[in-house]
Structures are given as structure tokens and as C-alpha cells.
Design a protein around this ligand. Structure first.
Ligand SMILES: Nc1ncnc2c1ncn2[C@@H]1O[C@H](COP(=O)(O)OP(=O)(O)OP(=O)(O)O)[C@@H](O)[C@H]1O
Ligand SMILES: [Mg+2]
Length: 307
């Protein structure tokens, strides 16, 4: 979500949020309400704002292969602070591999990834991994909260213990500090009442919200989600997406691999379409979603929307 500091003289009746700006998506809606008074369109504003926001993730010419098969071809993408970005595309096109490279779960062959000023660069796959590279990979991982389809909660630990674990082990908090912190994030995802339950006694949506709280407890700059709702019954999807919408309102940068086209369309600042390891098209506007430039995107959207 991009923020803009509106002048009160322009929109005296618009409530401001705590960041003294309002969501650009709301600005677009407000333009509909206030259309008569404005010459600037929502579309222009969005472009303007995206150019203004500072980049938090910069991917340059990223290549990744497994054995001899290249699965990411020369990907370049810049994501700005506070953006909510959805990544869509056919199965096997490289979406998870891209997220895994961002989180250093896979090491890029060549190109570079910069997250919050920490840069990982490599010229080719044969280049040995230096100490500096490993050190930067470690720092870069600390910038990122990752949420997987399968929650990955420890089943023998309570919900709050799951959330407390990394702050104790990685950040060196004592149990009391970690519990206090964990409860803040459990409250944020609507789970404070479930803190002392074991994960198996929770619904899939609740488990996924606990996984989000666990990632947030490490104070990441960026949240990455790999199909966070794919394992959920349809009636539980909404509660997880609502948590992500809430984080968007708080200006968290979020990158989501998703098959939830409606969510991608409504909640993202833009949608990245990938196919066969390539970044094919970036969809920024609703009209563009209805009428993509690339034939592959058109075919994919038709197929998924038929389902
Ligand atoms: N560890 C691995 N070793 C070998 N090949 C891999 C590995 N991980 C992924 N691949 C291959 O890389 C390609 C991209 O896989 P990836 O999981 O990134 O696709 P995806 O877009 O996330 O697919 P899906 O929508 O099904 O999750 C696929 O051909 C896959 O088989
Ligand atoms: Mg995947």
C-alpha cells in the first residue's frame, strides 16, 4: 500500500490514519466520491506514488537453475515499501523458487537481490559462496517473514510458544519479554484467546494466522507468502486474507504467491504474472486485468476464472 500525504485543505472531511496518510486504494475510491472537485485521476496518483515510494526489494537479472534446467530466467523487479504484490502464474513457472531465492532458501546462480539495503550478488553458479555472501544471506533472511501453505507450526508446542521461539533463540529475548511480544502479535491476528492451545486443536485458518503471528514476531521488513490459503477450506480463506489486508493498512510490504484471483485483484497494488521462469507482465490496473497484453496471461486468467 502506498501512502500519500493529502493536504487537509483539499479533503477536509477525510479521516487520516495514524501514518498521516491514507491508502491509495482508498484514495481511488475517494476520487469517485469527490470526482467533481478533482482533475487528478486515481490512476495518475497510483503511478505517481509508486515512483515516489522507496524501493525495499530490488531484483536484478536473477537467474536460478536446478542441475542444468534454468527455472528463473533473468528476473528483474522492484518492489516499493508498503506495496502488496501478488505473484500469479501456472504451476511450475517458478513462483515458489522466486520467493525461496528472496528468502535465501535457494541461492541464486547470478544476478542480485537487494532487500532493505542488504545486497546478495553473484556472477555465475560456479562462483564459490564467500563468507561475505553467507553473512549477507543471514542478514537478509532476518529482514523477511515467510509463511508457507503448510503452516509448519511445532505440534508439541502451544500457539504462544511457537510464536515465542524465534525471538528467544534468535533475538535473545527472555521468556517474559518474548511472551509479551508474542501476545501482541497473536492479538493482531485475532488469536490471543487461543495462545495456550496446541496447534492441532485449531482450524486451518487459525493455524495460518498463528504462522503469520510467528513471522511478525521477528519484526520483518517484508512478508513473503507462498500460497497461504491453498490448504484451507474455502470458508476459512477470508480470515487469513483479512489479516493480510490489515497488515497492508499498516504499510507492511507483502509479496504473495496466490491462486486467489479476486484477492490479488482487489488487495494488491499490482500483480506479477510469471510463465516458464519469466516475468511476463505486471498488471497494475483493474482494466488491465480484464485485458492483459500478453496472450499467455489472457489464457491463464480465462482458465482460472472458469474454475
Ligand atoms: N529443489 C528442486 N530441485 C529440482 N527442481 C526443482 C526444485 N524446486 C523446484 N524445481 C523445479 O523448478 C520449477 C519451478 O518450480 P516452483 O516450485 O518454483 O514452481 P511454482 O510456480 O511455485 O509451481 P506451483 O504453482 O505448482 O507451486 C519446476 O519445474 C520444479 O520442478
Ligand atoms: Mg509453488
Amino acid at each position: 500500500m502506498a501512502y500519500y500525504h493529502l493536504q487537509e485543505t483539499l479533503l477536509p472531511s477525510v479521516p487520516k490514519n495514524t501514518k498521516s496518510g491514507i491508502c491509495i486504494k482508498n484514495i481511488q475510491k475517494l476520487f469517485i466520491i469527490y470526482r467533481g472537485n478533482y482533475t487528478l485521476s486515481g490512476l495518475c496518483m497510483k503511478r505517481h506514488l509508486q515512483n515516489e515510494g522507496s524501493p525495499i526489494i530490488t531484483i536484478e537479472n536473477l537467474v536460478k537453475s536446478f542441475d542444468e534446467t534454468i527455472v528463473l530466467h533473468d528476473i528483474s523487479l522492484t518492489i516499493h515499501r508498503g506495496d502488496m504484490v501478488s505473484i500469479i502464474g501456472p504451476s511450475g513457472c517458478g513462483k515458489s523458487t522466486l520467493l525461496r531465492c528472496l528468502n535465501c532458501l535457494e541461492i541464486l546462480d547470478s544476478g542480485s537481490i537487494t532487500i532493505n539495503g542488504i545486497r546478495l550478488a553473484r556472477t555465475n553458479k560456479k562462483q564459490p559462496i564467500s563468507k561475505e555472501f553467507s553473512g549477507n544471506a543471514h542478514l537478509l533472511r532476518q529482514q523477511i517473514g515467510m509463511v508457507f501453505q503448510s503452516y509448519n507450526l511445532f505440534p508439541h508446542k502451544t500457539v504462544v510458544d511457537n510464536v515465542m521461539l524465534a525471538p528467544i533463540v534468535v533475538q535473545g529475548l527472555n521468556a517474559e519479554q518474548a511472551r509479551e511480544k508474542a501476545m501482541i502479535f497473536l492479538d493482531k491476528v485475532g488469536l490471543s484467546k487461543f495462545a495456550d492451545r496446541l496447534p492441532d486443536s485449531l482450524s486451518g485458518g487459525q493455524k495460518q494466522r498463528a504462522a503469520i503471528a510467528r513471522a511478525l514476531a521477528m519484526s520483518p521488513s517484508v512478508m513473503l507468502y507462498d500460497e497461504p490459503t491453498s490448504a484451507l477450506d474455502p470458508e476459512l480463506v477470508g480470515e487469513v486474507l483479512d489479516v493480510m489486508r490489515g497488515l497492508d493498512r499498516e504499510n507492511m510490504t507483502q509479496v504473495v504467491v496466490t491462486h486467489e484471483m479476486q484477492f490479488a485483484r482487489e488487495a494488491s497494488d499490482y500483480i506479477v504474472f510469471m510463465d516458464k521462469g519469466e516475468l511476463v507482465e505486471i498488471i497494475e490496473e483493474d482494466a488491465h486485468f480484464e485485458n492483459p497484453n500478453d496472450e499467455r496471461v489472457r489464457r491463464f486468467l480465462k482458465r482460472v476464472q472458469r474454475k
